[in-house]
Design a protein around this ligand. Sequence first.
Ligand code: S3P
Length: 455
Amino acid sequence: MRPCMTPDSLDFRVDVPIPAVSRRARALEGTARVPGDKSISHRALMFGALAVGKSRIDGLLEGEDVLRTAAAMRSMGASLERDAEGVWTVHGVGVGGLAEPEDVIDMGNAGTGARLLMGVVATHPMTVIFTGDASLRRRPMARVMTPLSLFGATFMGRGGGRLPLAVTGNPTPVPVTYTLPVASAQVKSAVLLAGLNTPGMTTVIEPIATRDHTERMLIGFGANLSVTIAADGVRTIALMGQPQLHPCDIHVPSDPSSAAFPAVAALLLAGSDVILENVGTNPLRFGLFQTLREMGADIVLNNQRAAAGEPVADVRVRASALIGVDVPASRAPSMIDEYPILAVAAACATGVTRMRGVAELRVKESNRFEAIVNGLTACGVKVEAEGDDILIYGSGVPPKGGATIAANLDHRIAMAFLVLGAVTDDPVGVDDMRSVDTSFPGFSPLMNSLGMSIG
Ligand code: S3P
């Protein structure tokens, strides 16, 4: 067994890459529960820490990214306890009650954790230095620095607004009205988190809707937050600052972004029939499943219900012949993390799939735009980049495969190409699997239990 990070410790990391190979698989069968939603897990820990009293969370994703957020909240004075697998208790200190950490906060690979916490710090009287792994240190932070500066926070960082970065919060912030220049739930949430400890009304105007977990959860914790949707779809989110948040019980659903991997594998492997339990089906997260259905996928939502303010369902996926489709740019925010696995589905479909307006893929955990184009090309797929669009020419039969893909610290690139290896003539390898633990600990055993062959 390799040494790895445990839910209670971040100290046992190794610097040796862990390669993996995926070989042609049989039909996938069975029922599985993928780990908890990463976006909701980060927020549950943060809002729990900002409430007054004891919140209880179950289904928490215990992936490396979320554990970084847990460690950060502890370093700022909240108390977080792990009671059992995925079950945590958070003793919050109240809005405005966090304290300056003694040391640098290392957020590892966690872009969401880093950006949202910058929002928290922006209106607390403290200075915090954030750093991260090589992937996070490459990612742009100016997109949050710009609106957070409007609250009076100041920043000192590397060129281009990169980590390591010091944030000094403003103890007497003024409320802000901010129109998002980029469709980003991270930027929206950073502004709302800064607005939490600001007297008066903070307003975010969102021309294109992005995942709304922050809004749903803040309402659940008792904040005075309203969302108005205009006829043209523009959302106005208004938050009254300095509420007393009350503690909550949060049931974190399984992550649709993780369910995407066994779902696409089941679609591609003839004879497959898989049920993925308790998956979050928030419409602002479910664009991949909509797109797969347009491609001809047999996907059924059973037992639809609500859990802690989020819609969930058991998702049944059966093998299907897929056709290429045109994916509109307007859908990108609802499936932004799913393009790598959609690209794999498209490579095995019949006809051209055009993914429009996917420029944001260039600033994810790696440059996913390039990773998709280069990785599929190496596996024998015809792919073209046209401006911000990617075109994938599916021939109706799986590609040849036979390549080893550089994961570049990107969990979703690693997992997507391992799914491709289940259907290609020759195995597909990934040079380093370690990043998979950021969002989907236990990925290979779970996929293998359904019938995949990852070793
Ligand atoms: C996330 C928002 C998205 C997504 C990320 C999680 C969130 O990022 O890619 O994995 O939890 O708010 P952007 O907001 O930058 O698009």
